[in-house]
Design a binder for this molecule. Sequence first.
Ligand code: URA
Length: 434
Amino acid sequence: MRAVDLIEKKRDGGELAPEEIRWLVSSYVAGRVPDYQMAAFLMAVYFRGMTEEETVALTQAMAESGERIDLSSVPGVKVDKHSTGGVGDTVTLVLVPLMAAAGLVVAKLSGRSLGHTGGTIDKLEAIPGLRTELSLPEIRRQAERVGAVVADHTADVVPADRLLYELRDVTGTVPSLPLIAGSVLSKKLAGGADAIVLDVKCGDGAFMRTLEDARKLAETLVRVGNRLGKKFSALITAMDEPLGTAAGNALEVKGAIEVLRGSGPSDLRAVTLALGAELLLLTGEAKSAEEGERKLAALVDSGAAWAKFRELVAAQGGDVRAIEEPKLLPKAGEVVEVPSPASGYVEGLRAHPIGVACGLLGAGREVKGERVDPGAGVELLAKTGDEVERGQPLARLHVGRKDRVEAARALVLGAYRIGKERPAPRPLVLARVR
Ligand code: URA
């Protein structure tokens, strides 16, 4: 087979056979197909899409590109969670220890920032010393000892996603339904969980902007996931404005710590509890979503989830003092305030420009493999529904790249809509797909 023939077939709207997809993915991972051909193929998929059969084949080929995490020797019910990506979406840092505190086992493979969205691995690495490149025996040992582990997709597990993810990030090919499905599901397939909840983000800061597109993605993910032999459920959650009160790696770790310690942004806590309750329902640990949320809220309020997070950080070599005293987390060199141009109410706060500004300030990558600035990002001092005075700071820019401050300031200012009416609160969970 030749890569150029498969690129042309997809470019012209053809359907690839499973063995063609398998050949392309394995040849790319082996270094026999170069980045430029894979980038062209990804762009063809972006424009032409894939059938469900092709998406299943892509997911399987990616999952088979490396080893699988075998947790059969670890006692307990294994669960997992994945988000399709958002701004300020630091749910994983709260949910993983929370599920472990509930007696379930989570061994999660996560990614780095992608497009305008943040990545859990970059966030965790903002904690000094914390290692995310774990070997399979290390992942298994920590799952057994702590019940919670979050690792980068390694050279051993789903190497195809690691390579494709980096390439999509810098070639404008992220928001493609089959590519997102393959990326998310291959990691879940190679992971050792039996029950998985997917957080399909919907809105301005998500890859799926409309409820219709988000529903299509959620249904594809759940249908393809179930076909591949695991229990999946998805919540479609709002991503019109950022979740929490910050976007950026260390800033989001701080928000997660606050929620784990019983305070913090209420939207971040609410989405985390809703996803956790869905996992309790899937595994039979709760009879209703309300009962699940009550159980999990009690585990946050008792400090059990926070204790698990400390255990996870220590087990992965992180400096526990930095999470106990978040002022010890990395900081940007400069902080710049963005004042409100008018008095009134925040009628809307768009997540996408905040995510892009965050990347410009140093929290994201412009070329493959670039280092991110763990302290960079945007702190949101006012969110939708808040009353503000003219001149009052709406946001603080935590500056990692000085030459981008003006562009970031314009984006953040443009993200806010200030008006005379306090808008009605909007739901955080938009739909459930089982
Ligand atoms: N999360 C992933 O793991 N992959 C994607 O493509 C998007 C979100």
